[in-house]
Write a protein that binds this ligand. Structure first.
Ligand code: 5GP
Length: 203
């Protein structure tokens, strides 16, 4: 109906929360989404493919990409670089395709600065109940352990304030359903379609 531009969705969250698994399951169901393949300096793992899982680069090649402004964001994670090639994202959005990034938190915050119109989804660790138990423990843990857990939880929770949506990943299928609902809702947002309606009225 409309010449709608695509929407950039960013899935992020603390390490170990299951972003990769949720993203894979989502892509089995949502064939219209375009996955932005990241560049990385990390070694290719068994079963991974160049251009499908990542673009594997040397440190020098990656640093040249940074210098040339070819990355929408980049971050260092466990001694390796990871980054999102800008050109693909911009081309696909321009064509009207939705683009999906699955990246760690530092990178997501950079995208937020450069691309505030993106939709930021925070994947929260497995269950709120588990988080509570992890903090309180069984009452046998040392004060220090409880304090450390509290600090970790505070960090996780404070990160979510930059995001538009929070999805708890206690069940992969439910998390995927919620992300699909976010995608649908975003396409119905008044702000995104109002201008097009006005064009119709103006003839
Ligand atoms: P892995 O090495 O396990 O594939 O990924 C490690 C972490 O890097 C994951 O949290 C993943 O989401 C994140 N990651 C993957 N690609 C990118 C990227 O382009 N930018 C950023 N900032 N993080 C990424």
């Amino acid at each position: 109906m409309f010449e709608e531009k695509g929407i950039l969705f960013i899935l992020s969250g603390p390490s170990g929360v299951g972003k990769g698994t949720v993203r894979q399951r989502l892509f089995e169901q949502e064939t219209h989404l375009k996955y932005s393949v990241s560049a990385t300096t990390r070694e290719k793992r068994a079963g991974e493919q160049e251009g499908i899982d990542y673009f594997y680069t040397t440190k020098e090649q990656f640093e040249a990409m940074i210098q040339n402004g070819e990355l929408l964001e980049h971050a260092q994670y466990v001694e390796n670089y990871y980054g999102t090639p800008r050109a693909y994202v911009e081309e696909q959005l321009e064509k009207g395709n939705d683009v999906f990034l699955e990246i760690e938190v530092q990178g997501a915050l950079q995208v937020k600065e450069n691309f505030p119109e993106g939709v930021f989804i925070f994947l929260f660790p497995p269950s709120l109940e588990e988080l509570k138990n992890r903090i309180i423990g069984r009452g046998t843990e040392s004060d220090e352990l409880v304090r450390n857990r509290l600090k970790e939880a505070e960090k996780e929770i404070s990160m979510m304030s930059e995001y538009d949506y929070v999805v708890v990943n206690d069940d992969v299928d439910q998390a995927v359903q919620k992300i699909k609902a976010v995608i649908t809702s975003e396409h119905c947002k008044r702000e995104r379609i109002e201008a097009e309606y006005k064009k119709i009225l103006e003839g």
